[in-house]
Design a protein around this ligand. Structure first.
Ligand SMILES: Cc1cc2nc3c(=O)[nH]c(=O)nc-3n(C[C@H](O)[C@H](O)[C@H](O)COP(=O)(O)OP(=O)(O)OC[C@H]3O[C@@H](n4cnc5c(N)ncnc54)[C@H](O)[C@@H]3O)c2cc1C
Length: 402
């Protein structure tokens, strides 16, 4: 991707006020917030729709407040009041022995129990939420172009000229915008083209997630439903040869996640899922699987001229600390409350957040030996400079779908 800044103003008329690159959660949220305020907005997303591999599932009351402000309140079902974020329990397997509740953030202060918000947490899979945001963005007047890729851009004093390609028919065209929002994900070709570096704790570990359905027998189904009513939707699998996280999206789909640096075939993945379920033949259907790098990295700057970074393009935060799991909450809040023109002060506060996991995880690890804390200790250990470099040099294959 090419980025070029010139000092000469151009006379070309703006075709839109804001061009958002990336139709993920953050790009679509930006489009809703802008269009909701009457700002002419075009979103381009290179894929024809949402990834079938949902990532996020938990959204904070603050995110729900922001969605509510653009009329989405009733369209996204929220957790009943007082249930809080999904609860997690350490287990041998879903069908085996269940031990104690474990905490998302081991050293977090206990919640006050006082509700200050009209909203609650929401548990909705990313691939279910994105279409809702897309539809709302369009209703509010945004022009959302799927299967459309940004090839390059140039900026000058009065705007940005973007080169786009319609992937349906291969045609290329330019679009002039007053501003460009780069919501193009953690690898952000736009951020790279601008030469904006990132700092933070860096690479932590590589995790594989396996999306599956299973034909649970009646006894197990009843057990899991009863647990779900009490808020337990996440399970830390603790077996001598299987340490993993297992969670439900609440729609029949489950995810198994574990630290993984190896290629694995479907038979191996099915065997691992079977072990996590704890039944001999649970009728598993593998839907998708992929590997992710967990990292804490924040862009050195959130803006360059008329281009603004948003979401994972601006900050990738790991999930071992409070708020760290909530990439979307941070992404949306920063756009809504500071606007895309987030300045150096905002960048510096996010940078502090990207370093925070290091300190929190390290402290947690030294306090007790619970599985979460053992995991935290691993995060700490694998964060040496050498490991970060090795990880940075490692190119992962794209998640394999279907
Ligand atoms: C396993 C996992 C679990 C998670 N759980 C949670 C959670 O519970 N809660 C939470 O808040 N967060 C969670 N997250 C983080 C959350 O998924 C991310 O913070 C969020 O997806 C970031 O959204 P985004 O829009 O910034 O980027 P992305 O979702 O990565 O979207 C970027 C989009 O840009 C598009 N794009 C890239 N380049 C171009 C181009 N040149 N032209 C056009 N389009 C382009 C891509 O196709 C993509 O659709 C989780 C992440 C993972 C991996």
């Amino acid at each position: 991707m090419e980025a070029e800044a010139t000092t000469e103003a151009t006379t070309e008329a703006a075709a839109t006020s804001v061009l958002v690159v990336g139709g993920g959660l953050v790009g679509l949220s930006a489009a809703m917030f802008l269009a909701g305020r009457g700002v002419e907005t075009v979103v381009v997303e290179k894929h024809p729709g949402s990834s079938p591999h949902p990532r996020a599932v938990g959204f904070t009351p603050r995110t729900m407040e922001l969605f509510r402000a653009v009329g989405l309140g009733p369209r996204i079902s929220q957790q009943p009041g007082g249930l809080g974020p999904p609860r997690r329990i350490r287990v041998e397997s879903l069908a085996g022995a269940w031990f104690e509740e474990t905490l998302w953030t081991p050293d977090a202060a206990p919640a006050s129990g006082i509700e200050y918000s009209p909203c609650n947490n929401a548990a909705i899979a990313q691939d279910r939420l994105e279409p809702i945001l897309r539809e709302r963005a369009v209703e509010l007047g945004a022009d959302v172009r799927l299967n459309t890729e940004l090839l390059g851009f140039e900026q000058d004093l009065s705007g940005v000229t973007a080169s786009l390609r319609d992937r349906d028919d291969g045609s290329a065209y330019t679009l002039r915008a007053d501003y460009l929002i780069a919501a193009d994900g953690h690898a952000s070709p736009i951020r790279e083209a601008l030469g904006i570096g990132r700092a933070g704790i860096g690479y932590l570990q590589t995790v594989r997630s396996v999306l599956f359905r299973a034909a649970f027998d009646d006894a197990l189904r009843v057990r899991l439903e009863e647990a779900g009513r009490r808020g337990f939707r996440q399970f830390t699998i603790d077996q001598p040869d299987l340490k993993a996280f297992c969670g439900t999206f609440g729609d029949g789909r489950w995810i198994l996640m574990f630290q993984d640096d190896e290629e694995r075939d479907e038979a191996t993945l099915k065997a691992m899922v079977t072990k996590a379920i704890g039944r001999p033949d649970p009728g598993i259907e593998l839907i998708a699987n992929g590997r992710w790098k967990i990292a804490g990295l924040v862009a050195d700057r959130f803006a360059s001229g008329r281009v603004f970074l948003a979401g994972d393009a601006a900050h990738a935060l790991p999930g071992c600390v409070r708020n760290g799991t909530r990439g979307v909450a941070v992404g949306c809040r920063r756009q809504r409350e500071t606007g895309p023109a987030a300045d150096q002060a905002a960048a510096s506060s996010a940078r502090t957040a990207a370093h925070r996991p290091w300190n929190r995880c390290r402290r947690s690890a030294s306090e007790t030996r619970s599985p979460d804390r053992v995991a935290a200790r691993k995060y700490w250990r694998c964060s040496s400079k050498a490991e970060q470099k090795r990880a940075a040099d490692t190119k992962l294959p794209k998640p394999r779908m279907g």
